[in-house]
Ligand binder design. Sequence first.
Ligand code: SAH
Length: 446
Amino acid sequence: MLQLLHSLPKRLVLTPKPLRVLKASQWRSFNAAAVRSSTAAPPVTPIEKLIVEHVKARASYPWNCAVGPMSYATYMQFCLSHPTEGYYMKSANNIFGAQGDFITSPDISQIFGEMIAIWLLSQWEAAGCPLNIRLVELGPGKGTLITDILRVPITNKASQAVTIQVHLVETSLALRAIQSQRLSGAPASVQWHDSVDHINPSNDSYTMLVAHEFFDALPIHVFRKTEEGWREVMVSSRTSTSENENIEQYPRLQHVLSPEKTAISTIFGNSSSRFQSLPIGSDLEVSPTSFRLARKVGELLAQKNMDTSPSLGGCGLIIDYGWDHAFGNSRRGFKNHEVVDIFHRPGECDLTANVDFAYLKESIQDLVPVYGPMTQNLFLSQMGLMIRLERLLQSNQGDQAKRNRIIEGVKRLINPATMGKEYSVMGISTNEGPIHPFHLAHTSHV
Ligand code: SAH
């Protein structure tokens, strides 16, 4: 089992830990086993210092006081996106690749991006090959996927010149710098945006969008269903001011359960009929940010009437961990290709959670048709991965070491025991269905 987990680039379902349920009207600290900081606990990170001070559980504070436990969504947001100390914001963090904390599909094999490009272009062709293309990527990381997509040649029957505008939605200035370098010779103009909100539907360009491992990085709230309704699982410090502060406990943070319902737990715990039917005792991870941004994606791609003429519409692929249902305990941290506690070295580890694709569908499907999800294995195989592999091997006849690397990469992407099944692909398209290969999708997956 351990070996299997280590072979995964970025995934593990953690065993849920028992939660401290707080007494009504008070947050109280959890009296966990203490460790001497000088021997066992790593130094406090800047984000951790900020959070521990903020969430210090003080016995005298009411549970809904401004200083006290914070939602897991706020914790995740701080750790990943704090303007100077967030994990994705700091150029000092070595995030991607074999030498970094995790490796993603585009960096495992160029064939991944090529298959994505072929799907997007097949939709563009079916839409009549509009001459202006907008290629949008949400969370481009190092820029490998967009570079691979742009390398696939675009041909149209009329042989007319096609113009491509690239729009990258990226909040990290450190990563924007890497993307800019990577795209310096790209056959397209490139613009960066802080949010997908800043890109409008277009009546003269066909929009092709891709989001790979973007939604799993967005903040989630965690709720628990009780006899009295939804409660929120929040983040608190383990050291109370009333305890001996010379004794340090590690991790310095812990989960606590709100003693009463919060506005957020009531609104979002009931935001899908699927959540309402969960049994008492269930934990639920919900990302309102994902719902909102998925809706923006739907609005961007939808073929609706604009002021003067109809928008040209478009297509998109969302690829991520997760499946067509909600998860309760999928949140996890990553450091040096290993799964770590979500409270370990805040701001220096990646934090992630499985994506509830059904929630994304619920957000988009009244605006534009949504297809899938289907497993990455089936999607890539049906898009012609093996044919492309053969061609690539042929063009590297003389270099056996490179051929082996290419084969290993492809095996890893489609391995049904790991990435091939754990990653899911969802399609969005304004073209009329059936849409290849989503007509082959089946929902019997775990
Ligand atoms: N797609 C890339 C990178 C995935 S990591 C790959 O597969 O390799 C997540 C990416 O999303 C990073 O580039 C991160 O900076 C970006 N990101 C995270 N939250 C974001 C947000 N709210 N808005 C825009 N970009 C965000």
